[in-house]
Design a protein around this ligand. Structure first.
Ligand code: ADP
Ligand code: MG
Length: 621
């Protein structure tokens, strides 16, 4: 099938363009490529370092800084300095509600299932835009170091990322001006970096242990015919090297009687704590190769031995081992089934971690490659495979264009992404948007553009006879099955009633390689605009929904509110309505936020009211 590469600058199709591999991490990100000798190599742009801290700082003058320089603003300007954005990618506020204290910047609480947004000054950013900024920095560094334009990439994600997180990562790539050839699981990339899975005759079960800055995960993979299957994953998204640093800080505070003293001034406190944390990280790293660390923060002596450090973190390390046990159990395997163990993440440099993992799996672990580089190196190998440069590896048939359906506002929602190996199947669940809706239109499209009207329509059918239910109640599963011959079967089932409808199409029918190339080129040239337009449509849809709910809310509960409260709410609704047509995404989001903030106490009051009415009811009985 067609495999096309396009030089965005010239618009010409080329054969020998560099494809980079990108590890977009929670703590650090980096980029790698295949050097002329055919080996994977990480990019170090002009001695700026290999690891780019995944931090974005918004300067008052409007400029955006990414990486080490941005890190310095974590202390002096935390509200305008965004870290750990990967934790928010493709997530709704409800997903992260319990952890919102961990973020020093403002995350918009709109109490819904829609994706989170971050407020900096009076602008709103989605995690997709912020990740796009990090990817842009990596692209720039790669271009600078390699002295050529870099337009295509493979980006890695954790094995446990869901569809929406994967889609968000793709979109971030688009915003950065990158044609994302494939999203690859981090453990798969790490395994490739060690050459595991490169031989098509190889059959293996391996464990990949990844301990980063703030997250831990372990994946059990089955490798067969060059295909990596994730048998199980386990982990803790709030456990990592940061906890090791904190353990050292706590120890030093105890040693130096700082625990009481630190309350004096809150500003002083936070900068002292931050300074201690940085020193602690330095100590931790030193203790990976030496037995004792001696240092100072100002006048405060900061010393620690490796033995003490290991005692402090042993619980945390033990927790990761418990996760390994659970992962094995979920995969229905025992330790004896695991043939190789791969170590990933900067924190696996800590000797105790290596030792415990090796002891648990009863074999030596792979730690020869730098654990903070191994994922990016593997991603570069994956891109080399996709480029067809490795003749020893059989490149399986892939879908040349993405397949998906139309959703609210005429948007394309991808079900099977381009470059997926075939045969493949994928599905998503949808619901109705109107009370009593009995039909649902399902329109199937092919292409890379964000708006369906720019893509190629393959089929359209109605799922008829949904029993009347309130909006949001029906559960409609839409499944795509693409068989080895490239025939796509689209099936829609309403799960509550069991009604079902199906169509079959051949996506490549009547499509020449040249047309595929043209469709890809159009999508790349319009990528940024497309994503912005999509975000606008999403904001507008959200705004329309908000207007609908707020109007109904006021109408139904008039008696509980004062006249000024009602007039002000209606005024805010009106302002929101007028901005909906404005085409200004930020303004729409700001109005939604205002209306939200204003009406939130009402909802709470109503809740109290309902509870007290209910209690009264009981008392009368
Ligand atoms: P992520 O995948 O979360 O982006 P990394 O794999 O880059 O993160 O890991 C970052 C973590 O690794 C940090 O907590 C850092 O302190 C830790 N780390 C880096 N070098 C060492 C070392 N030599 N010894 C121990 N920990 C280290
Ligand atoms: Mg990582």
């Amino acid at each position: 099938m067609a495999k096309v590469s396009i030089n965005i600058a010239t618009g010409s199709v080329q054969k020998e363009e560099i494809i980079v591999g990108i590890d977009l991490g929670t703590t650090n990100s980096l980029v790698a490529f295949i050097n002329p000798e055919g080996n994977p190599q990480v990019i170090n742009d002009m001695g700026k370092g290999i690891l780019v801290p995944s931090i974005v700082h918004f300067h008052p003058d409007g400029s955006v800084i990414v990486g080490n320089e941005a890190k310095e603003y974590l202390i002096s300007d935390p509200q305008n300095t965004i870290f750990s954005v990967k934790r928010l990618l493709g997530r709704s506020f409800n997903d992260i509600e319990n952890h919102k204290d961990l973020f020093s910047y403002k995350i918009i609480d709109d109490d819904t299932e829609s994706l989170v947004k971050i407020k900096v000054g009076d602008k709103f950013y989605t995690p997709i835009e912020l990740s796009g900024m990090i990817l842009k920095e990596l692209k720039d560094r790669a271009e600078h170091a390699l002295k050529t334009s870099v337009n295509r990439a493979v980006i890695t994600v954790p094995a446990y990322f869901n569809d929406s997180q994967r889609q968000a990562t793709r979109d971030a790539g688009k915003l950065a001006g990158l044609d994302v050839l494939r999203i690859v699981n981090e453990p798969t990339a790490a395994s490739l970096a060690y050459g595991i899975g490169l031989n098509p005759n190889e059959e293996k079960i391996i464990a990949v242990y990844d301990l980063g800055g703030g997250t831990f995960d372990v994946s059990i993979l089955k490798i067969q015919n060059g295909i990596f299957e994730v048998l199980s994953t386990n982990g803790n998204t709030f456990l990592g090297g940061d906890d090791f640093d904190q353990a050292i800080v706590n120890y030093w505070m105890g040693q130096n009687n700082l625990v009481g003293m630190i309350h004096e001034s809150s500003l002083h406190q936070s900068s002292l704590q931050q300074a201690l944390r940085l020193k602690a990280e330095e100590a931790k790293k030193a203790l990976s190769t030496q037995n004792i660390f001696n240092g100072f923060v100002g006048e405060i002596p900061c010393a620690i031995t490796r033995i003490k450090f290991e005692e402090l973190i042993s619980d945390k390390v033990q927790q990761t081992i418990t996760c390994c046990k659970n992962a094995l159990q979920d995969a229905g395997l025992t330790i004896q089934d695991i043939q190789e163990v791969v170590m990933v993440g900067g924190s696996t440099r800590t000797p105790l971690v290596k030792q415990q993992v090796s002891e648990f799996f009863q074999k030596p672990v792979h730690d020869q490659i730098n654990p903070d580089e191994v994922v990016a190196l593997g991603a570069a190998i994956q891109s080399d495979i996709l480029a067809g440069n490795r003749t020893d590896i059989l490149l399986l048939d892939v879908t040349p264009l993405s397949l998906g359906i139309e959703t609210m506002g005429g948007l394309m929602e991808i079900i099977i992404p381009r470059n997926s190996k075939i045969p493949t199947k994928a599905g998503k669940q949808y619901t109705t948007s109107i009370d009593g809706q009995v039909n649902m239109k399902i329109a199937v499209y092919q292409g890379e553009r964000d708006l369906v009207k720019e893509n190629r329509k393959l089929a359209e059918f109605d799922l008829k006879g949904i029993p009347p239910m309130p909006a949001g109640f029906p559960k409609v599963d839409i499944n795509f099955l693409l068989n080895a011959d490239g025939i796509l079967t689209v099936q829609a089932v309403e799960l509550r009633s069991g009604i079902k409808q199906e169509v079959e199409v051949k996506p490549t029918y009547g499509l020449t390689d040249n047309e595929v190339e043209k469709m890809l080129m159009d999508s790349i040239q319009n990528a940024k605009e497309d994503v912005s337009q999509r975000m606008l449509i999403e904001a507008r849809t959200e705004g329309e929904q908000m207007v609908y709910t707020a109007e109904r809310f006021i109408e139904k509960n008039k008696e509980y509110f004062s006249t000024p409260e009602i007039t002000n709410t209606l005024k805010l609704i009106e302002t929101l309505k007028t901005t909906l047509t404005s085409g200004n995404k930020d303004q729409i989001l700001r109005r939604i936020d205002e209306l939200n903030e204003f009406t939130r106490p009402f909802a709470e009051r109503l809740m109290d009211q309902a509870i007290s009415t209910a209690m009264k009811g009981k008392a009368i009985e």
